[in-house]
Ligand binder design. Structure first.
Ligand code: MF3
Ligand code: CO
Length: 248
């Protein structure tokens, strides 16, 4: 794993604040009648206008700038012109940029119009579980503390945590060591150290944790068709505790 200096963490801060601003613009645009491809254009232009480069496009062949994961899509939904968002849908918005040599990466799930009670609760619990993971980002702790904290909150609320996709270290590259699962894994005893930056990204299903991948090679859906939510922040471990880079 690569540890970042205070100066490098401030560079990562700037990349992540650009991601935050673009996610804010995307959330405002999430209204009935908008296509997920419209959102992709807003993300691309929002990054470029701020002097940043979107990082997802071309990553392992990913064809778009943004991931838009609607309802039972867990992650990596590909924006489409013919996918029109409607009242009551939920959509995961996952975006990343590179700015001044460093990557920022963050995601949130938002409702279109008024959320149903069930999707509201799922989004709330998922967002809270990310906060539990962030709270565990302390030097001297272990990587497994993060997943343990996320999983405990999710399961206490009757939901399940996706196993097949995990969070990650982040820096000059989007994906650096270590992997950061959102569930407890005793093999993850690695110590958290000052200067480590991790992207924590719980994917939470209303039903079971099992997922399938569609034939496009990217779109991940819940096996049982249940709703899924996803939130992600990039977090630096500092002497003053967790520093959430992707939130002002
Ligand atoms: N936030 C996701 C991740 O960290 C987004 C990657 S989408 C990809 O893996 F297309 F770039 F792979
Ligand atoms: Co990520």
């Amino acid at each position: 794993m690569t540890l970042k200096s205070k100066n490098e963490i401030e560079k990562m801060r700037r990349a992540n604040l650009i991601v935050f601003e673009v996610l804010e613009a995307l959330e405002s645009a999430c209204k009935p009648g908008v296509s997920t491809l419209d959102l992709d254009r807003i993300a691309e232009e929002g990054a470029k206008r701020r002097g940043a480069a979107p990082v997802f496009k071309g990553y392992m062949g990913y064809p778009a700038h943004l991931c838009t994961s609607v309802n039972s899509v867990v992650v990596h939904g590909i924006p489409r012109k013919d996918e029109i968002l409607k009242e009551g849908d939920i959509v995961g918005l996952d975006f990343g940029v590179v700015f001044d040599g460093f990557v920022g990466d963050s995601a949130r799930t938002v409702a279109i119009g008024k959320a149903t009670a069930e999707s509201e609760r799922l989004m709330k619990v998922t967002r809270e579980s990310l906060d539990c993971g962030i709270e565990a980002c302390r030097a001297g702790g272990r990587v497994s503390d993060i997943g343990g904290a996320v999983q405990r909150h999710v399961e206490a609320n009757g939901y399940s945590v996706v196993r097949d996709f995990v969070g990650h270290g982040i820096g000059r590259k989007m994906h650096e060591d270590p992997q950061v699962p959102n569930y407890f894994d005793a093999r993850n005893g690695l110590r958290l150290r000052e200067g480590l930056v991790v992207a924590i990204e719980p994917m939470v299903n209303a039903g079971g944790w099992e997922v399938d991948r569609l034939n496009d090679g990217w779109t991940v859906v819940t096996k049982d068709g249940s709703l899924s939510a996803h939130f992600e922040h990039s977090v630096a471990i500092t002497d003053k505790g967790p520093y959430v880079l992707s939130q002002p």
